[in-house]
Design a protein around this ligand. Structure first.
Ligand SMILES: *Cc1c(COP(=O)(O)O)cnc(C)c1O
Length: 399
């Protein structure tokens, strides 16, 4: 997320660390005249190398690099064999891309409540399961993991597939294990606002060789180049299917490869920044968003205030002090989006108006997220503490 005018620091993550390595990596691809991942006059296989390196970060056997996070989510669902019309449970608090991916994979989104972690409430998940439910898509919101153990337990009990939307969480862990390797498949985004970036880009992670094979073929026209020229060959006896083109370019992969070594140190640093702000305001009657695993998080500072009005006041107070802060998604659950609410897809109305998810609506509406940037100085951190203290003066403990 970019900083607004008058803010005292920039809120870029990976982009703040862009420098000579990214430039050299991109230049090398241009000079080699080989920007396409599967062949070229002097191909350096930067995309293959990025996939291998990212598998280490996500703790999985396989990564397929693709063109965006939305493409990664769609390819993950298709790689797992989602049947047409199958229902996928999505939390009410997410970016509309989670919904778009389900639609793109010919599934039907069903919306579930979040809890005070602003991620999928495992206790409310079960009530949304029907005979048509095929999978669940927990979202690791703003660099903090969803509560994967209880979510996975419910999913297993009902035979559901788990696709992690880890678009906002590259480098994040849950109980010692990296996100992206906790479900049947994970999806990451490398768009400008995310933890590592080349402007656009995405990745599917899985430890299932068959899922990997299907995703690799789907993103490459059913396996046009992956089977003919590339290093990865499809499972020889699996039947062919028609795919599409979601391929990553060598330029993107080269830039992402240059960023990757900075990812974990940046997450650690921003987690530390968040801790220092929480410690510096520990005597105030403020409540922070619950993090199912704070230890594995990558720097989230989200306050839960007593009301929407109070949240608006705190945003205004922080912004006036030059601290970038906002209420995520303008305080609106994804079901408030008109197309989502009305079930409108490019090919017609595909689902009925979802119920209002009042818990999610209320929690999101009274939340305030302080944006952190990778270039923040210690002075900036002190300024955040001061600004939170001032902005929260006079508020009472939230219920
Ligand atoms: C950014 C994002 C996506 C989509 O990623 P793109 O690369 O922009 O397609 C999906 N889900 C969530 C939660 C996101 O924040």
């Amino acid at each position: 997320m970019s900083d607004g005018p008058g803010m005292r620091y920039e809120t870029w993550r990976a982009l703040a660390l862009w420098g000579a390595e990214e430039e050299a990596a991109a230049l090398e691809v241009i000079r080699s005249r080989s920007p396409f991942r599967y062949y070229g006059p002097d191909l350096a296989h930067r995309t293959d190398a990025f996939e291998a390196a990212f598998s280490e970060v996500a703790g999985v056997a396989h990564t397929v690099a693709v063109s965006s996070g939305t493409a990664a989510l769609t390819a993950a669902l298709i790689g797992l064999g989602i049947p047409a019309g199958a229902e996928v449970i999505v939390p009410a608090v997410t970016f509309v891309a989670s919904v778009g991916a389900v639609v793109g994979a010919r599934g039907v989104p069903v919306f579930a409540e979040v809890d005070d972690s602003l991620t999928l409430d495992p206790a409310r998940l079960e009530e949304r399961i029907t005979g048509r439910t095929w999978g669940v898509m927990p979202v690791h919101l703003n660099n903090a993991a969803a509560d994967m153990d209880p979510i996975t337990e419910v999913a297993r009990r009902h035979g559901l597939r788990v696709v992690e939307d880890a678009a906002q969480a590259a480098g994040i862990r849950y109980r010692g294990r990296p996100v992206g390797g906790l479900g049947d498949a994970g999806a990451f985004s490398f768009q400008l606002d995310k933890n590592i970036t080349a402007g656009e880009g995405g990745a599917v992670t899985t430890s299932d060789a068959d899922v990997h094979d299907r995703v690799a073929r789907y993103q490459d026209q059913g396996g046009q180049f992956t089977t003919a020229r590339g290093a990865t060959r499809g499972t020889a006896d699996a039947p062919p299917f028609v795919g599409t083109n979601l391929r990553m370019t060598e330029l993107t992969a080269a830039v992402l490869g240059a960023q990757l070594p900075r990812l974990l140190p940046m997450c650690r640093r921003l987690r530390d920044v968040a801790r220092r702000v929480r410690a510096g305001t520990a005597d105030l009657p403020v409540r922070w968003r619950r993090l199912p695993d704070e230890e594995g998080s990558g720097g989230d500072l989200t306050l839960l205030l007593g009301s929407r009005l109070e949240a608006r006041g705190v945003v205004a107070g922080l912004n006036a002090a030059g601290i970038p802060a906002h209420t995520l998604y303008q305080g609106q659950p994804v079901t408030a989006n008109r197309a989502v609410r009305e079930g409108r897809t490019p090919w017609g109305v595909e689902w009925e108006r979802p119920p209002r998810l009042r818990t999610s609506e209320a929690l999101l509406g009274r939340s305030v997220t302080i944006a952190l940037g990778a270039a923040m100085t210690d002075d900036d951190v002190d300024a955040v503490v001061d600004a939170v203290r001032k902005a929260c003066q006079g508020i009472s403990a939230a219920g």
